[in-house]
Design a protein around this ligand. Sequence first.
Ligand SMILES: [Zn+2]
Ligand SMILES: [Zn+2]
Length: 241
Amino acid sequence: MSETGSGHHNGAYFTIDLHVHTNRGSADSNLATRDLIERARAIQIGAVCVTEHDTVWDLKEIAPLAAEAGVTCIRGMEVTTELGHVGVFGLNEYVGGIYKLAGLRKAVDACGGIMIANHPFRYKLDPRFAFINENHEPIDVEHPERAAQLEIIRMCDAIEVLNAACSEEENQFALKVARSLGLAEVAGSDSHSANSIGIVTTLFAEPIRTERELIDAIRAKQCRAGRGLLNGAVAPFEIAS
Ligand SMILES: [Zn+2]
Ligand SMILES: [Zn+2]
């Protein structure tokens, strides 16, 4: 394994970017697989996840490339459901019926996987976009315990409380909702190009090498959201006072 590859601890933490799209599986991405692996190696992130829209990588395709660069690359999927995007680990392929949240829950339970409510409040706090909310009302930021009752939150195992493509207000609110329920807190850059990989990361105390280890750690809530990897000062994401 290369000395400059991934698999490092960054200070007290093992860092993973849980949410990255490449141009191989996501039509809206500019990121080539080789560039993803190169960038992951350069920033010395612990591991990086490829999570394409509604499709999963064949591990045989990506594993040799990652191994050659000494980078730990874990595979997931971002599933489009009728109630929003859900990050999934554990499924080996896209299966019919998972566009419905209940169908997705069933499929994920059958494989012992995990579901993450990705960027659950993107645009949803803005009154101008109230029409995208289930009840066509803007979400009241003073009441995270109400948002905690939304079906997409209740059906998931974890919340992406820090997404680099969300506003600070949306991320802060997601964190408050996760805290109100005691749900696992994760972070993902939602990168579609190389330079934003690792801008936010999920922090673990122990190294994670495989999809199964990742699932187990998130299920055990042995993780939290963080940022600062790219400027050498990884810190947990906390509720602003
Ligand atoms: Zn998404
Ligand atoms: Zn995404």
